[in-house]
Design a protein around this ligand. Sequence first.
Ligand code: ADP
Ligand code: MG
Length: 338
Amino acid sequence: MKIKMLNNETINKIAAGEVIIRPVSVVKELVENAIDAGASHILVMIEAGGKNQIIIRDNGCGIAYNEIPLAFKRHATSKLATIEDLETINSLGFRGEALSSVSAVARVQVTTRNEDEEVGSRTAFEGGTLINQRVCSYNQGTEVKVWDLFYNTPARRKHLEKDKKEEGLIRNLMNKIALSHPEIAFQIKCNGRIVLDTNGSGKVIDVVNVLYGWEVGSNLIPLDYENSPMKLGGFIGNLKMMRSHREDQIFFINGRYVRNLRLAQALDEAYAGYTMKHQHPFGIVFMELPGRMLDVNIHPAKTEIKIQNESLISLLFKQGIRETLRGSNLVVNIGAGN
Ligand code: ADP
Ligand code: MG
């Protein structure tokens, strides 16, 4: 074959394939946009595990009528201007890829009104192309409706899991987002049934109680520790809360959900001496680190995060957990020192 340039539609579909892998990717990107827009209420409605329809509605700042076409172009963002901004960025998005990617592989309708505008707008996209845009009345905020996901990339569609499994992935993601944003009231509906409803009180423990029940909530030890440059908040479980799996070890760094095996191992190690081997403590950990110690730019899905000097940080973390355990009646009761 001869070498030739790909056309734009093909380029966009390929790029979209990296960001939008399954329904949960759509939910993640759209909910992050709603959070970045300053919403205090976010509603997520999914049908058939998100395969049939996904609706995300927020009461954030909204998008201005004439910025809609641009918002759906690739690499268009209001959150980043220069590469230096990446060091101090505190928005969840910054690549300007989500809306263009979603609209490249699905049918999308966005209804929105910007805080500075009198009227709202409703715009339809299909396969990345704007089909029509009209003015309408709407409350301040944004609703994005996505349906027929992967209608134009059948191979992707074929590889989706059963509805229940896709729904599970979405609920799992939303639980983590709700934990990291207790100040936002989230409501999640799956096939019309409410599966998550948080009150937006700003207290993590309120979200924990909704997710895990009071029983778990009453077996938690608050985490409040500082050892420069690291700060810790959240909750760790007492000895009744030991698990054989790591699913209840959830880490957030600077508000972002991350997966980091080093930190998970450090959490386990901090309990050494109190528990049997191969048991994992419960932990919902909020770690704060200076932005310059992190590289969030390594993967579009952004759950992998690179920590500079990871061994020092996991050591400080382990110390923090041990001191917290020592200060709790857990240790007094058990009588295990050191
Ligand atoms: P990014 O989030 O990386 O900037 P997106 O493609 O997700 O890129 O969104 C493009 C732009 O559209 C955002 O920078 C933002 O200005 C605007 N936008 C997207 N979703 C919303 C929303 N729910 N409310 C307000 N503005 C939004
Ligand atoms: Mg975004």
